[in-house]
Design a protein around this ligand. Structure first.
Ligand code: PLP
Length: 394
């Protein structure tokens, strides 16, 4: 018999994953070319050539027992040093290997830092709509996720943010560029978040950590700038991932940045290492750690996503769909025509269009369309989107 705590998780098991499975089923029934799966944030762009080259070079030239062996729980020291140097060059920071902990993707990093920080009942604030796993990750450590309601433009707003704090607040998670909205927070928004958090640290006389979840940092359009949050708020911990930036989601590789300046740095860094071990990750996968260290300046073809974004945004808005033009990540967050995202998602499925209801992200009334797909699939899907709009009288 499974744990009682798991029963509800299994029942409500990821809607996104369920959609993905449904897509495979429909593909068998109607043929893959007639199914338009916009459900999963699985990169459609190949990893940069530098990744393949690094894999081959490392396999051929480095000592096998070293490449495939255990190392410090934080990861290989030279890998962490290279990543710290690269961040310093890009952002004018002054990190070293002790500030970096290699993790099993952003998901692993978030779990490590939440285990490190949370006592039972501690509260973690985030802004709706948000990546639905935050709620599960916080609950993993008996924390409570506090949801700030969304604004019309999906930008955090000081007043409602301020109201979400209590003496139990331990951390705030922000995700920029954002999944599911594609919004990139401008510098004024970041400054407002920092201002409110400094006020709250003073009011409650304790550290409140800002966890910056940044798997989409590199995926931005129209020259949008993604602020590096450690420069705006002292108690910031950054969670990064190569899942999207190098198209390596299955490899499970990312890192946490814990700057010297954060409150209780020594203990936080030591505890995060232990958390990485006792959660059973032990260390991030060894070979791919060495690979990403060789690829710190490599980039995926962001223009391919940009092309998809332009095509889908322009076509859908012409058909009467409403959404904010995203400046980052690879998602459109589109209003469900009659405000019922679940009914809209079901109706879309009748046209073999797979999208994810906004409720999954605590953003009901919207659906998420992931455009990390083949450009041709978007072209083939447009008539189906048109028919769907027409069915709603558009
Ligand atoms: N955070 C956000 C906002 C995400 O969208 C995702 C994955 O889609 C993750 C974290 C987890 O990413 P990873 O594959 O690096 O664990």
């Amino acid at each position: 018999m499974i744990a009682k705590s798991m029963v509800d998780y299994v029942k409500g098991s990821s809607v996104i994953r369920a959609m993905f499975e449904e897509g495979k089923r429909l593909a068998k029934e109607y043929g893959p070319e007639n199914v338009y799966d916009f459900s999963l944030g699985n990169p459609s762009v190949a990893p940069p050539a530098a990744v393949k080259k690094a894999i081959t070079d490392i396999i051929e030239n480095e000592d096998e027992t070293y490449v495939h062996g255990y190392m410090a729980n934080a990861g290989y020291e030279d890998v962490r040093a290279k990543i710290a140097d690269s961040l310093n060059k890009k952002h004018g920071t002054s990190f070293n290997e002790n500030n970096i902990l290699m993790t099993v993707g952003a998901a692993g990093g978030l779990n490590v830092i939440l285990k490190t920080l949370l006592d039972p009942g501690d509260e973690v604030i985030t802004f709706s709509p948000y990546f639905g796993e935050y709620k599960n990750y916080v609950a993993n450590y008996s924390g409570v996720l506090i949801e700030v309601p969304p604004t019309d433009d999906f930008l955090p707003e000081a007043e409602s943010f301020s109201k979400a704090f209590s003496e139990k607040t331990k951390a705030v998670i922000i995700n920029n560029p954002n999944n599911p909205t594609g919004v990139v927070y401008p510098e004024e928004t970041i400054k407002e978040i920092a201002r409110v958090m400094y006020e709250k640290e003073k009011e409650y006389d304790k550290a409140i950590y800002l966890i910056a979840d940044e798997p989409y940092r590199e995926l931005v359009y129209d020259g949008a700038k993604v602020c590096y949050l450690t420069k705006y708020y002292k108690d910031t911990i950054v969670g990064y991932s190569y899942s999207k930036s190098l198209s390596l989601p299955g490899e499970r590789i990312g890192y946490l940045v814990m700057p010297d300046e954060i409150d209780d740095f020594e203990n936080v860094a030591a505890a995060a290492c232990v958390a990485n071990r006792i959660l059973g990750f032990v260390n991030a996968p060894s070979l791919i750690q060495r690979v990403v260290a060789e690829c710190v300046d490599a980039e995926v073809d962001v223009e391919a996503y940009n092309k998809n974004r332009e095509l889908l945004y322009t076509s859908l808005t012409e058909m009467g769909y409403e959404c904010i033009k995203p400046q980052g990540a690879f998602y459109l967050f589109v209003k469900a025509f009659d405000g019922d995202d679940k009914a809209f998602t079901a109706k879309a499925k009748e046209y073999n269009l797979l999208v994810v209801p906004g409720a999954t992200f605590n953003g009901p009334g919207y659906v998420r369309i992931a455009y990390c797909v083949d450009n041709d699939m978007i072209k083939r899907a447009l008539p189906a989107f048109k028919k769907l709009a027409e069915e709603y009288g558009k």
